[in-house]
Design a protein around this ligand. Structure first.
Ligand SMILES: [Ca+2]
Ligand SMILES: [Ca+2]
Length: 228
């Protein structure tokens, strides 16, 4: 599926319908399962109701995910560009982001863009996004093969929103958040490394390689016969 198609195919999954009813949502396609729940104006962990429900739905479907709560160093194989891990909010938490870990102190607060990259591709990603109050911020999933899938966020009314993506067997290499000028936070990221058993067999790639090798050899043979 082309990038253009991915950006324009509407989803009918029930999770998205629920999100629209809550006044939030984004454009997606039918292949990836999405999870979204929003708590307007929330500014602390004990105010997470709909977002926590979305997180619990994600956790039920992806029970063996890894958690990044920013209370300790990033797990091995995970790297970031942009943003900082901090405890200092730059304005009212519901508009600039906050920690969503019960009893925790550290969270990640951002301006503009930031990226989380995974040395081993993942097939599920979810997190609490806090302080999103601008229109048309985007989340982009970059697959290991270089394709990008962009989700545009609509009508997120500050506070906290849990957003999750789950597509078993997919190979997502990085996740990027983009905003023109929205101060936001992200916390309690869950991700699931794609099981090796669901990645295409190397034998297939090897056969394809042999095919190309054969083509190259025949072309060289042809060139030789022309020179002869
Ligand atoms: Ca935290
Ligand atoms: Ca904001």
């Amino acid at each position: 599926m082309s990038l253009f198609q991915k950006r324009n195919v509407a989803s009918s999954v029930s999770h998205l319908l629920a999100a629209v009813l809550l006044g939030v949502g984004f454009s997606t396609n039918a292949a990836v399962i999405t999870y979204i729940g929003s708590d307007t104006g929330a500014s602390s962990p004990n105010q997470l109701i709909h977002s926590r429900a979305a997180a619990e739905a994600f956790d039920a479907d992806v029970p063996d995910s890894t958690l990044i709560d920013f209370e300790s160093p990033l797990p091995a194989g995970v790297s970031t560009m942009g943003g900082t891990t901090t405890v200092a909010t730059l304005c009212v938490p519901s508009f600039c982001g906050f920690n969503t870990t019960i009893g925790g102190h550290w969270f990640r607060q951002e301006l503009g863009s930031y990226i989380f990259s995974f040395a081993n591709p993942i097939d599920a990603f979810g997190a609490y996004f806090t302080g999103i109050d601008e229109q048309n911020d985007t989340i982009t999933l970059f697959d290991a093969d270089g394709t990008a899938q962009i989700f545009t966020l609509h009508l997120l009314p500050s506070g906290a929103t849990f957003i999750g993506f789950n597509e078993p067997g997919r190979q997502i290499a990085s996740v990027r958040f983009d905003s023109l000028d929205d101060l936001t936070g992200i916390d309690d990221i869950r991700f699931h490394v794609t099981p090796v058993s669901s990645i295409p067999e190397p034998a297939t790639a090897a056969l394809l390689g042999l095919g190309f090798l054969g083509l190259g050899m025949s072309r060289r043979d042809s060139a030789k016969s022309k020179r002869a």
